[in-house]
Design a protein around this ligand. Structure first.
Ligand SMILES: *Cc1c(COP(=O)(O)O)cnc(C)c1O
Length: 364
């Protein structure tokens, strides 16, 4: 018997997704950095990436990369959140690569690498308009690259990268990718050699790959969302693209247990104030409805829109921190106390559930 709530990880489906993404990228001359931050750095997921041909393991959290390394994953580790000054010493121990965007941080990384008798590989980030991390000014980017190349002996400048679609929801068009290559070439002209890596973004940058519009020189993508929640996320949702429909959208399944089944009115009774989260939700009066109460809540998965019940006719109507209310009036199946309801999960729910100490993770 699995303890509940249970989070099931189907590694056969996950590896199928990873193999598919690696194959798409490979055909375009692109290597995959496997991003593990969505499932909170599960080491088994890092092992799957390694088995499926990813060239690096990437995360925004050092602890996750350290865990993957401790679990025996031998791929180089890439820190994809621009590092904090306070974690630089740990970073050069754990990671062979990092994305960088500040002179001060580069200097600190250089010093830490020299102290540790290592050479740390850096990918400078260019901000092409999404307005999160990276050098916005091309001349500044080129000047910093030149400085890293000539002065910082503890660092190896391996390439440049960009991130799109995270803050500014900017789409990775061919033009944006060409601009990134142009920046790389400006650096190459300045330092007099070729850069090894041009890292063109995340799952959303699969779009120019599908369209065969990716410039040949873009040779790395940092992929997470596609392999974990594929068709539920990103390209499917944002751009209406169908290519990812061949991926599994049930790599992760949540099992929650029914703790109460009753028929109750659908509109609360009494003078209404605010709910458990200080909100004033709108309640539709649909008369008396049969509903099941589940022993899982927003403390575990975040937002009710991110969990999708796999029970014909069931609908999540609300939740507090530790309870979820499921309308089951229209279900043919009769639910009873002790029964299990399964859910598909969007990216954000996978992220929360894998980080929750109340949720038990099982590899299947
Ligand atoms: C999260 C992240 C990625 C991976 O994004 P997905 O949409 O999950 O593929 C890539 N690069 C950076 C810098 C990130 O923060």
């Amino acid at each position: 018997m699995r303890r509940k709530p249970a989070l099931l990880v189907d590694h056969t489906k996950l590896r199928y997704n990873m193999n598919t993404v690696v194959h798409w990228c490979d055909q375009a001359g692109i290597e995959v950095a496997g991003v593990i931050k969505c499932p909170t750095g599960l080491a088994s997921v890092a092992r799957d990436y390694e088995a499926c041909g990813a060239r690096m393991i990437a995360s925004s959290r050092l602890e996750q990369l350290a865990r993957a390394k401790a679990a025996g994953v031998e791929l180089p580790m890439l820190m994809i959140r621009v590092p904090m000054l306070s974690e630089i010493a740990d970073m050069v121990e754990i990671c062979e690569y990092s994305l960088q965007s500040e002179y001060t941080t580069l200097k600190a990384t250089d010093e830490a690498a020299i102290r540790a008798d290592k050479v740390h590989n850096v990918i400078l980030m260019a901000d092409l308009g999404d307005l999160r991390e990276g050098y916005f000014d091309k001349d500044e980017l080129v000047a910093v690259a030149k400085y890293v190349e000539d002065v910082l002996s503890g660092l190896q400048l391996v390439g440049i990268g960009t991130n799109l679609g995270c803050y500014g929801s900017v789409v990775p068009t061919r033009e944006k990718m060409e601009q990134l290559v142009e920046y790389a070439e400006a650096i190459e002209k300045k330092i007099g050699r070729e850069l090894q890596i041009i890292s063109g973004g995340a799952t959303s940058s699969l779009m120019p790959v599908f369209d065969k519009e990716m410039p040949a020189r873009v040779n790395m993508l940092r992929i997470g969302a596609a392999v974990f929640a594929g068709p539920l996320e990103d390209l499917r949702v944002n751009y209406g693209r169908k290519e990812m429909d061949i991926l599994h959208d049930d790599v992760f399944t949540l099992e929650a247990e029914v703790i109460e089944v009753k028929t109750k009115p659908s509109h609360p009774i009494g003078k209404l104030g605010v709910d458990a989260f200080g909100q004033r939700p709108h309640y539709v009066d649909r008369g008396n409805r049969r509903r099941a109460l589940l022993a899982i809540g927003r403390a575990d998965y975040g937002d009710i829109d991110d969990i999708i019940p796999q029970l014909e006719g069931a609908k999540v109507v609300g939740a507090s921190g530790d309870h979820t209310i499921l309308d089951i009036e229209d279900c043919a199946e009769r639910l009873r106390v002790g029964d299990i309801v399964k859910f598909k999960l969007r990216y954000s729910a996978i992220m929360h559930l894998t980080a929750s100490e109340n949720v038990f993770t099982y590899d299947i």
